[in-house]
Design a protein around this ligand. Structure first.
Ligand code: FE2
Length: 382
């Protein structure tokens, strides 16, 4: 009797073990992760293995669309429609995507909107913002999926796929993009940024992109959360700096001493012409991607002299000329994305190799209602 019970017990135990070993979900997840590793090898190159060198030239009038802080509402849809209407060739999204606490769900909605308006294969580059910091993995997956439509090795990462948009850089059509989470996600950014810029010093055009900013280089109430080192490194290499986080637009004159506020960050030259050269660049804030729209911080007093153009709810300046004088009495509330009658979001378009001139670009900040609130030429001397 005892041996019969023992036999039955062993048989049941054997069947349980057998079921576990052929569990389809477990098998599938192993295969999926193996595929992921394989794909990672094909598409991404870690900094240690970075022997790829891109010599691709920037085509004439290559148009880059830059904005951040989109949300996934009607504001974002109008911004994507603007990118399509302007026939931009690629997008750099400066973080703060869906604002959903359920990051996986938010990322899916965000991706669906992009796919519907621009398409699954559209070259669309991402940096991590503070709103998706705890759920960046959900966005990394979607970013990675988009890279599969671009040439192998377009983007490089510090170590692995999780570093995309955090400690990464991409080269696409002769445009070097530093895609950094500095101030929002990750640590050890300074050494990565230095190394990335040194390795790509000969790129045609260089754009440093991250989400947060320093207080004096945004128009609202945001505190300094990036530190000066990334700004200084990008200035040393003559790279455009594009940031988000504050929900308004601002673009500086040429800066030669970023961080030196007593010397106005070394602002020089005309409002409507900026220079990119070793030690010279300009900084922009483009948090007008669709989420909300905020006022100029009146506690700042008069507009700091390093700004060339700004666009806020209560103060608009285009190349030094006030299109809307500063009002510190009315209209100080943040405007929300669904109030379509009052909000006019916007995108910075950089047209590189403008009219076929290899060292020229044209910058335009265009709103979703078609207003051109900033227009300037970029001269490259490196
Ligand atoms: Fe933010």
């Amino acid at each position: 009797m005892i041996s019969v019970v023992k036999f039955l017990f062993l048989t049941v135990w054997f069947l349980i073990l057998l079921k576990c070993s052929v569990e389809p979900v477990a098998q599938e997840s192993i295969v999926t992760s193996l595929n992921k590793i394989e794909k990672e090898k094909k598409q991404l190159i870690s900094l240690k293995q970075d022997s790829f060198f891109y010599n691709e030239k920037t085509p004439p009038n290559f148009k880059v669309a830059i904005f951040g802080d989109s949300g996934v509402g009607k504001g974002f849809e109008s911004v994507l429609e603007l990118v399509k209407k302007e026939q931009a060739h690629m997008v750099i999204h400066l973080g703060d995507f869906s604002y959903y606490l359920d990051h996986h769900y938010g990322a899916q909605i965000w991706d669906k909107k992009v796919n519907e308006i621009l398409g699954e294969k559209y070259p669309y580059f991402l940096v991590a913002g503070n709103h998706e910091a705890p759920g960046w993995n959900s966005y990394v997956e979607l970013f990675y999926k988009r890279l599969e439509h671009l040439p192998q090795g377009t983007c490089k990462v510090a170590q692995g796929v999780k570093d995309l948009g955090v400690k990464s850089y991409c080269n696409y059509k002769g445009v070097f993009m530093l895609l950094s989470g500095v101030g929002s996600v990750g640590i050890g950014h300074e050494s990565f940024i230095r190394s990335a810029l040194e390795r790509n010093n000969s790129s045609d055009w260089k754009i440093c992109a991250w989400h947060k900013n320093q207080n004096s280089l945004q128009l609202g109430h945001k505190p300094s959360e990036v530190g000066w080192a990334p700004y200084k490194l990008c200035q040393t290499h003559g790279a455009v700096v594009a940031t988000g986080h504050e929900h308004s637009y601002g673009r500086t004159k040429t800066l030669t001493e970023v961080s030196n506020i007593l010397k106005d960050h070394g602002a020089i030259g005309a409002n409507d012409e900026v220079t990119l050269a070793p030690g010279e660049n300009f900084v922009s804030v483009i948090g007008t991607g669709g989420k909300s729209f905020r006022p100029y911080n009146c506690l700042k007093g008069a507009l700091d002299p390093w700004w060339a153009s700004i666009y806020t709810t209560n103060y608009v300046v285009k190349n030094g000329e006030a299109l809307k004088p500063l009002s510190c009495v009315d209209n100080l509330d943040e405007l929300k994305e669904n109030d379509q009658n009052t909000i006019d979001f916007g995108v910075l378009f950089l047209e590189l190799n403008f009219e076929g001139q290899e060292k020229k670009a044209r910058g335009r900040f265009v709103t979703t209602k078609g207003r051109v609130l900033d227009e300037f030429m970029v001269k490259k001397e490196n």
